[in-house]
Design a protein around this ligand. Structure first.
Ligand SMILES: C[S@@+](CC[C@H](N)C(=O)[O-])C[C@H]1O[C@@H](n2cnc3c(N)ncnc32)[C@H](O)[C@@H]1O
Length: 240
């Protein structure tokens, strides 16, 4: 948001161009200065899949329901040209504080944060007052199997029961958030899991349960095919 691509490459000549993704560069070492100056954010290119599918427009009202620490929030604000409103929520207050810090550093001016646990808490008045939203992103908590190459302990921690347990939480979050989306609005549900239980099965259950939802498009990245982290995203239209 603060700096264009050409300027960035001039200022940080160590940055290596990524041929398949114009908005990303790679560094051999952590780009401390670029990050501290708010000129970039460190994340995997797979994170853009959900944001592009959501396709937010400048001036719109967005709900980023599971937002912290804000990698996607910042990119959504950039896609919206820093115009409109993003309500960024998360149940982890300390991670939301990180999000605030990240947004400030990157010059994002349209984000308001609210701590909320969608499963346990009633919808806060301030969030309800900002509704109805034009678009909603639910970047759901998941088993993270798409980022297993970065989280080496994961394969030892996960048990088969975790996939269904997580599915239950994911469905509960979507059910709580959906009323805040306007009729005709789009909801993107995304995870960094490769598991059908947390992706396709969640979508099937939602479509079975709610006739107002229509699936529009589905995208994913696979580490062994694409060289990026694993990610899944589906765009659902709320028809009425
Ligand atoms: C995949 S992470 C979000 C990553 C974030 N979208 C980003 O791009 O930086 C999922 C988030 O969901 C939050 N979360 C988990 N359960 C939740 C709940 N019941 N209500 C609200 N947030 C929840 C977690 O604290 C976590 O920050």
């Amino acid at each position: 948001m603060k700096i264009g691509r050409e300027n960035f490459l001039q200022l940080y000549p160590d940055a290596r161009h990524l041929s398949r993704n114009d908005e990303f560069v790679a560094f051999e070492t952590f780009p401390k200065a670029a990050v501290e100056n708010g000129h970039c954010y460190v994340q995997d290119p797979s994170t853009t899949i959900a944001c592009r599918l959501l396709d937010p427009q400048p001036g719109e009202k967005l709900l980023d329901a599971c937002a912290a620490p804000g990698g996607k929030t910042g990119y959504l604000a950039e896609l919206m040209q820093n115009r409109g409103l993003i309500v960024a929520c998360d149940r982890a207050a300390e991670r939301l504080a990180l999000l605030d810090e990240n947004m400030k550093r990157m010059g994002t001016a349209i984000v308001e944060t609210f701590p909320i646990d969608w499963i346990r808490d009633p919808v806060l008045e301030k969030i309800a007052a900002a509704a109805l939203f034009d678009r909603v992103l639910i970047d759901a908590p998941c088993t993270n199997t798409g980022v297993m190459r970065r989280r080496v302990d994961l394969r030892w921690r996960l048990t088969p029961a975790d996939f269904k347990r997580m599915q239950k939480r994911q469905l509960e979050i979507v059910r709580a958030v959906l009323p805040l989306l306007r009729a005709g609005g789009a909801l993107v549900y995304s995870t960094c899991s490769l598991e059908p239980e947390e992706n396709e099965e969640v979508v099937e259950a939602l479509l079975d349960e709610m006739s107002i939802l229509r699936a529009q498009q589905e995208k994913r990245s696979l580490p062994f095919r694409d060289g990026f982290d694993g990610a899944y995203a589906v765009r659902l239209l709320k028809t009425r």
